[in-house]
Design a binder for this molecule. Sequence first.
Ligand code: ZN
Length: 62
Amino acid sequence: MRQCAICGKGYKRVFARSHSHRATIKKLQINLQWTKFAGRRVKACTQCIKSLGKGKPVKAAA
Ligand SMILES: [Zn+2]
């Protein structure tokens, strides 16, 4: 499953709107990138990578 290894965040359910404004549920994936965390290569969301770079505490995965 596509999930952030640090905060555990996954996809979001959002409505895709057609030209006639019909709503269908689609998955909005988060922006996952490879990064080094706790000495190993993990896929983390870009929000977590940004927080790590600034030395801010990040929420651990539940
Ligand atoms: Zn994250």
